[in-house]
Design a protein around this ligand. Structure first.
Ligand code: ADP
Ligand code: MG
Length: 588
């Protein structure tokens, strides 16, 4: 009998494999944007023509590639991100399978132009039919541009399944808004048929980015989700299963949609979809939502990569949790407590920032000379603080006092402002730290009695890799032998020396942030600064004198983003006179 089983020719194999990664233009955009983010880009520009069917072009200012790498990148299973199967349990990059560029080149015409850091020349590589057809010297600034033309030109069956330009374009935009929500620190600009359809400058906080993506109006209907980080991981080895941190924004029940697609989940900065989690969120709302309606939401889950499998599907859009029940429990808890907090606030007074920057100012600038103001600008203040910058929508206020050693209350022209003292302090400290960090290093204090700390193995490795950044953060650490180190100096945050133990938290964050070489140093260092600004040790309820309150408000107003703390919680809420009148039934 004749043999009936045949081994397929390589081109056919490549096209079949490509089908798992590239389904439509949006998948191309997803893979290219992931690559740009993995390359540490801080600005990404995406251009599409005809919904991406004719052209997808993604440009970044990331680390770029050498000539050799830019050719190798098109081979199947060529990746710089993992080197062994063990690495699969500690993935901190979005890509790792080394398939995307090969897959895209199998079904489209690709041109990649790239220039790595510190090299004078760029390389332009062309690939088609899965093969590199040309590589030559070219010009461009540091970074990478990948141009993908005529998707599925050689796979008629697939081409037929693409939808109209409009539908495909919508999918592309969906992907891009998702990544914009995954990484608020990265700037995104998107053009469709030469028209700019999305422009998002790098944001200070998730809140600011959410407002940019959904618009201020929707943002106003959102409430922050701020799951308590139950225990900070000391290292991945010690990361407890429950060490899962959920934060983001969800809509008040009054804002709801007919489909769950307005709920977006992110795991350690990776966008993923999960039907079960959609249901968990619904469960969190319980009776608050009408049947068949879904909330709008952006939920970031952060946990040890060792507790998640992201290698479930070639498109990497599904994740599998080692302990799914705990993750669902954490999501459920955080949704319920966010809704409960919102419900306990007076109706019509959402716990939201007044106006997220950089949106329109609503009030005229100018410092009001209220009673408290006068005492400060009097004799004891040698340098009266400069007035807040104009055009930022900051409410002028006359300070009324402090409540519970926690909140500062002020009267504004059209209502009342309540400032969360802690959140305000965090914002101020964070911006000061950032300034010090970028100009030589965080202020540091030598310990009279150096502290010996015993570190875990992974913490030790974080210490090795992070020496420079630790020094700039204000920690002076020396080896002691074995697993012990001696902490000789610590950073000064908010006027007080951090405890030596805080080094563990910083190392924990370092492990997450610097695990892979392609992550850009500055952006990652920012997370450490946030951690320090918000460290437990520098928090406490504090009675403030009027002058101190004024100082705090002035300092807050001088920050670049006075409306939210470094993690995106609001620093102030505003109750307008209208809100108050409605509450007291005076409006009718
Ligand atoms: P993966 O992302 O899974 O590693 P890809 O096929 O997407 O696989 O990319 C292959 C390799 O090409 C990456 O590992 C990376 O080294 C390099 N690369 C791809 N895109 C970029 C980019 N925009 N900037 C820098 N390097 C890139
Ligand atoms: Mg990739």
């Amino acid at each position: 009998m004749r043999e009936r089983i045949r081994v397929l020719p390589p081109e056919t194999v490549a096209k079949i494999a490509a089908g798992e990664v590239v389904e439509r233009p949006a998948s191309v955009v997803k893979e290219l944007v992931e690559n740009a983010l993995d390359a540490g880009a801080s600005h990404i520009v995406v251009e599409v023509e005809r919904g991406g069917k004719r052209l997808v072009r993604v440009s970044d200012d990331g680390c770029g590639m050498s000539r050799e790498d830019s050719i190798k990148a098109f081979e199947r299973h060529a990746t710089s991100k993992i080197s062994s199967v063990e690495d699969l349990s500690s993935i901190t990059t979005l890509g790792f399978r080394g398939e995307a560029l090969a897959a895209i080149a199998a079904v489209a015409r690709v041109r990649l132009t790239t220039r790595p850091e510190g090299e004078a020349e760029a390389t332009e590589v062309r690939a088609e039919g899965g093969k590199v057809t040309d590589a030559r010297a070219a010009g461009r600034s540091q970074g990478t541009t990948v141009e993908v033309r005529d998707l599925f030109h050689n796979v008629p069956a697939r081409r037929k399944f693409m939808k109209s330009d409009g539908v495909e374009g919508d999918h592309v935009l969906d992907v891009l808004t998702s990544y914009a929500l995954a990484r608020p620190d990265v700037g995104f600009r998107v053009f469709s048929d030469s028209r700019e359809v999305l422009s998002l400058p790098p944001a200070e906080s998730l809140g600011e980015r959410v407002a940019g993506v959904f618009g201020v109006q929707v943002f106003r209907e959102l409430i922050p989700v701020m799951g308590a980080r139950r225990e900070l991981p000391h290292s991945y080895d010690e990361y407890p299963l429950s060490g899962c941190f959920v934060h983001g924004y969800i809509s008040r029940p009054s804002l709801n949609r007919g489909r769950p697609s307005h709920l977006r989940f992110f795991l350690n900065g990776r966008w993923f979809s999960d039907r079960a989690l959609d249901q968990t969120v619904l469960e969190g709302y319980g009776e608050l939502l009408p049947h068949g309606r879904y909330p709008v939401g952006v939920l970031h889950i952060e946990m040890s990569p060792a507790q998640v499998d992201v290698n479930v599907h070639p498109a990497k859009s599904v994740v599998r949790f080692a302990d799914e029940a705990r993750v669902r429990g954490a999501v459920l808890d955080s949704i319920r407590s966010a809704l409960a907090t919102a419900a306990s606030q007076p109706h019509g007074v959402p716990g939201r920032p007044l106006e997220p920057l950089p949106f329109k100012p609503s009030l005229p600038p100018r410092v009001e000379t209220g009673p408290v103001q006068k005492t400060i600008n009097g004799a004891e203040a040698p340098h009266p603080p400069p007035p807040p910058e104009p055009e930022r929508g900051l409410p002028e206020m006359v300070l009324l006092g402090q409540a519970h050693n926690l909140y500062i209350i002020g009267q504004t022209k059209d209502g009342i402002v309540i400032v969360d003292q802690h959140a305000a302090h965090e914002r101020i400290r964070y911006e000061r730290l950032r300034e010090q960090f970028s100009s030589g290093g965080v202020r540091s204090q030598t310990l009279l009695a150096p502290r010996t700390l015993e570190l875990g193995a992974r913490e030790r490795s974080a210490l090795e890799g992070g020496r420079d950044v630790l020094a700039r953060l204000g920690y002076q650490v020396e080896e002691f032998g074995g697993r012990s180190v001696v902490v000789k100096a610590v950073p000064v945050v908010g006027g007080a020396a951090m405890p030596a133990e805080s080094l563990r938290d910083v190392l924990g964050e370092l492990l997450e942030s610097f695990g892979k070489p392609s992550r850009r140093y500055e952006a990652r260092a920012d997370r450490l600064l946030k951690l320090m600004a918000c460290h437990e040790s520098v928090r406490s309820g504090e009675r403030l004198e009027p002058a101190e309150m004024r100082e705090l408000i002035d300092a807050l107003y001088r920050t670049q983003n006075p409306f939210s703390c470094p993690h995106g919680r609001p620093t102030m809420i505003h109750m307008s006179r209208r809100d108050l009148e409605a509450k007291f039934g005076r409006s009718g």
